[in-house]
Structures are given as C-alpha cells and as structure tokens.
Design a binder for this molecule. Structure first.
Ligand code: PMV
Length: 342
C-alpha cells in the first residue's frame, strides 16, 4: 500500500504543539556518498532500493533559522537573497513546511546560509533539508530521536537523512512500507582524521536535470539498473572492511568504482543522462595518471560535473600541486558553526 508523507508525519508527531520559542536554528554538514543512493522504491517517501554510506564535510554545510512571519506567504532567504515563489527551490521548501504547519494561517520565515555551491552535485539539498529539520525541531521542541529526525529529513530529500551527523554515516534502506526503518545513523566506530576530501569545482552553474528525475529515469529505463542493488551491497561490504582496517586504497577504489557504476547506469538510461563535462573527464584522467605514478588518490562524482577527490593528509601538498584550484576539506576536524551569527 502506498503511504503519504502526511501519514508519516502523523505517526511521528501525533500532536502539534504551539512553540514556546520565537525562533529555531540548526546547522547540518553536507555529505558525499562513498556508496551511492540511486533509485527509489517509493518516490513519494524517498525510500531507496539500497543502503548507502557517506562522509560528512565538516564545516561545509547549511545554517538555517526558522521563525513565524507576519506576511501572507512563507518567506525563504538563501545567502541573503529572497527566493522567488515560482522557483523549484521555493516550492520544495514550502511543500515541506506544509507538512508541519501547525495551523493553516501559520507562515514561516526561513533564512539559510550555505558555504557550498547550490545544485552543482555538492549535495546542497542534503544539508539544506537536514538544517531545516534541525531548525524546526529546535523551534517546536519536538521530542524526537535523531533517527526520527533523519526520517523527517529524508522526506525533504533522500540524502538529507545522512546529513544530521559528522563523520561516516550509513543510511539503511529498510523494508517498511511507511519507511519507519529507513533512516541514517553515524558510524562512530570509524574515525579517520587523516582523510581528506578535495572539491574540484568544474562548473558551479545549476544542473539541468535534477537527481530526483535522473534516478527515476534510470530505474525505469536503464537495462543495468537490475545490477545496482548487488553492486551497492558488495561496495558497502568492502567499504566497511576498508574502514575497519583503515585500508585507504580499498576505500578509494571502491568509492570510485561505485560512482562510475552509477554514472554507467545513467549513460544507459533512455534518454542518456551525462553530467560529466570535458573538464570532468580530463580531471579523472589526471587522477588516474597520478595514481599510476604511485599517489593514493581517487575520485567520486555525484549528479553534477564536479569531482570530489579522496586522499590522505600526508599527500595533501602533492595533491594541491597537481590540482591548483582544489578546496580541501578535513572531514574530522570541524569546529561547531556559530549559528547565532547568521
Ligand atoms: O537526495 P538526492 O535526491 O539529492 O539524491 C542524491 C543522489 C546522489 O548524490 C547522486 C547520491 C547520494 O547518495 O548522495
């Protein structure tokens, strides 16, 4: 039976309370999947066919404040700009707010600051919805566990359910039709302070095809989609072993192969989906050349042309020499964001 988002909200928040506070706030890091989520078993609830595993990007993410507004419609501001009501961005936020609006005439003011490029395959919707859920939970003082908040964030955007924690995070696919067992949890047993993620920004413009539409098209028409669940299951297994034994070569090769397998599925979708640009391919070749010369460096790619490089701190100087424009993130050395300053 098909369930609705409203039913999930009702199960999690049976009674809406009037907040005692005027404002709620939250920060969520963005996350990069090492074993990707690609394809939904339930489109409405963002329930995936497979589990996935990510690394959060420390201080790169979204900081959001939510309060009640005096205006007649919700106000959404992103990086000091008011978002027009006819944009997909605005509609997605308002659709989410509709789910938790305590009364029909309650109107919200949402102010978000991000320090990552929007919609360029850097998982901005992930940290955006996770920060919004944290801010709403703070405003309404919801008595929810972090797993339940992860379910709420998933309703906004699948990968957002992984953005509630730092470090390595796993989203278990679950099998419940209402998705009550489809949430993420932190893999705190795996700490890897030497791990670095390098962001290679190839193109910061908005992507033409959303990951939401692209993954659905893949499920419906790629002849290789049937191979995806077993591919991810094996990648997850090998990633856990690599994390447990701190085997960086295995971690990187599995992540790179998993990203390429996801893009192979897109390539075999009708019509074909290609996020890579010429510069994406030459960057991949540069990574392969560096590896052939002995450098432990790998890449992963999401629904956009940008690449994220994986390497260890001991090789940072060498990587910076090879990739001049790179932004380097140390996922395990984040400092809490000053939410009050936005
Ligand atoms: O959560 P969405 O709908 O933005 O999809 C994210 C899809 C990928 O970034 C390509 C993979 C992932 O697991 O994050």
């Amino acid at each position: 039976m098909q369930h609705t988002k409203q039913e999930v909200i009702k199960a999690l928040l049976p009674a809406f309370t009037v907040p005692n506070k005027n404002e709620g706030s939250g920060f969520a890091p963005t996350n990069i999947a090492l074993c990707k989520y690609w394809g939904k078993r339930d489109i409405e609830l963002n329930l995936p066919f497979t589990s996935s595993l990510s690394i959060s990007l420390g201080n790169y993410g979204a900081t959001t404040k939510v309060s009640f507004a005096d205006s007649s419609i919700d106000q959404v501001k992103l990086n000091n700009q008011t978002i027009a009501t006819n944009t997909v961005f605005y509609r997605r936020i308002v659709e989410f707010l509709d789910l938790i609006r305590p009364t029909n005439d309650a109107v919200f003011n949402v102010v978000t600051h991000t320090n990552i490029p929007i919609a360029a395959g850097l998982a901005s919707s992930a940290c955006g919805f996770a920060a919004l859920v944290q801010a709403l939970a703070d405003l309404f003082e919801w008595p929810l566990t972090s797993q339940q908040l992860s379910i709420l964030a998933r309703l906004g955007s699948g990968s957002a359910c992984r953005s509630l924690w730092h470090g390595f995070v796993q989203w278990q696919a679950g099998s419940d039709l209402m998705g009550m067992d489809s949430y993420a949890y932190p893999l705190d047993e795996y700490q890897w302070p030497e791990l670095r993620v390098g962001l290679v920004l190839i193109d910061q413009s908005q992507k033409s095809f959303s990951s939401r539409d692209a993954m659905q098209a893949s499920v419906e028409s790629s002849p290789f989609y049937a191979l995806w669940p077993a591919t991810v299951a094996q990648a997850l297994d090998r990633t856990h072993t690599a994390l447990r034994t701190k085997d960086f070569w295995t971690l990187g090769s599995v992540a790179e192969a998993n990203a390429l397998a996801m893009h192979a599925i897109m390539l075999s979708t009708t019509p074909a989906i290609i996020y890579s640009q010429a510069a994406t391919l030459s960057c991949m070749q540069q990574v392969w050349r560096a590896r052939a010369e002995g450098l432990s460096i790998f890449f992963t790619q999401d629904a956009g042309p940008n690449l994220k490089l994986l390497f260890l701190s001991k090789d940072e100087a060498k990587v910076r020499e090879l990739f001049a424009e790179i932004q380097v993130v140390a996922p395990f050395s984040y400092v809490p964001q000053p939410v009050e300053s936005i």
